[in-house]
Ligand binder design. Structure first.
Ligand code: 13P
Length: 340
């Protein structure tokens, strides 16, 4: 465990004005996204699309890191070098999704636990040699009638902590992602309660596995209303509830917190981040680690056509720019059109 390297990596991931691109969609998720723009989900199309994002001119101004899927980490970049090396050359830290997706937890109403611990120590060594310096593991918590159960929260916290310890042992910074889904008609208040319970259990498990808080990044959902609830919490309410729950549960020793977008609109994800980052006295830097809220406009512009690459890169650059501003609390609605 190289603590100096872990500290450098974690600091680089949350460098001021930058954030992380999640480009680690599994082939199944990628298929869904590509289908929405009528693109066939072949390995070559996935490579072309990811390379479009990574080779966007100037994108390193706003991207500190990129989360890769295993397949992408083994593919070649536009200059022929392996993609992790290409990103490193641009000053972007390559990361890798290492979980293997979810499975049903027996004796629950279909709640999920994330799998992928078997053989992880060996895989982690290989990813380090390939140049990956941080990893991601996503746990899924669903809100509904009588759920999440304690069993689901506990099982996921335990897996996240075991994963995090394995990462640190291999000198790879663990990004731990307990995602509370926004699906459902719950209130923002209920979401806040579930976030609090989830994060408390997660940090208790991290302590039980001797995970070093100084070498860890939390990737969390925001406290928003369920997407089917007719009363949607305002930007201010989301910011206030999210920061309150984070202050209650996340130790100040941690180098930073990043957010997923989770199905929020592109602009809502940006507005929420900016409102939080503008709050005074935060104990940690806050930034983005979005997939959909960074990629949506680019994917819709690209549509699998080589002739659309430059326009798609422009759309991607714009969202990265807006979110870079948001991470310093300086995004304003009017900037959306001016800078586009
Ligand atoms: P979204 O921003 O689309 O939620 O994706 C982030 C992510 O990495 C989910 O694991």
């Amino acid at each position: 465990m190289d603590k100096a390297l872990l500290s450098r990596t974690a600091a680089a991931m949350v460098a001021k004005g930058k954030g992380i691109l999640a480009a680690d969609e599994s082939s199944g998720t990628c298929e869904k996204r590509f289908k929405s723009v009528n693109v066939e989900c072949t390995e070559e199309n996935r490579r072309s699309y990811r390379n479009l994002l990574f080779s966007t001119p100037g994108i390193e101004q706003y991207l500190s890191g990129v989360i890769l899927f295993d397949e992408t980490a083994r593919q070649k970049a536009v200059d022929g070098s392996p993609i992790p090396q290409y990103l490193q050359k641009k000053g972007i830290v390559p990361g890798i999704k290492v979980d293997k997706g979810t499975a049903d937890i027996p004796f629950t109403a279909g709640e999920k636990v994330t799998e992928g611990l078997d053989g992880l120590q060996k895989r982690m060594k290989e990813y380090f040699e390939m140049g990956c310096r941080f990893a991601k593991w996503r746990a899924v918590i669903t809100i509904g009638e009588g759920i999440p159960t304690h069993t689901c929260i506990y099982a996921n916290a335990h897996a996240l902590a075991r994963y995090a310890a394995i990462c640190q042992e291999a000198s790879i910074v663990p990004m731990i992602e307990p995602e509370v889904l926004l699906d459902g008609n719950h209130t923002a208040e209920r979401s806040e309660e579930v976030h609090e319970a989830t994060l408390r259990a997660t940090y208790a498990a991290l302590a039980a596995y001797n995970v070093s808080l100084e070498h860890l990044i939390l990737k969390t959902s925001m406290v928003v209303s369920g997407k089917d609830n007719p009363r949607q919490a305002s930007v201010e309410e989301v910011a206030e509830r999210t920061v309150r729950v984070l202050k209650r549960t996340v130790p100040a020793a941690q180098p930073g917190i990043v957010f997923l977008s989770g199905g929020q609109s592109d602009e809502a994800a940006t507005a929420h981040l900016s409102a939080m980052a503008a709050m005074p006295g935060l104990p940690w830097p806050l930034t983005f680690s979005y997939s959909r809220a960074l990629q949506n406009p680019a994917l819709k512009t690209w549509r699998g056509q080589a002739g659309n690459v430059a326009a798609a890169q422009k759309a991607f650059f714009h969202r990265a720019h807006m979110n870079g501003l948001a991470s310093t609390g300086k995004w304003r609605h009017e900037l959306e059109k001016q800078a586009a």
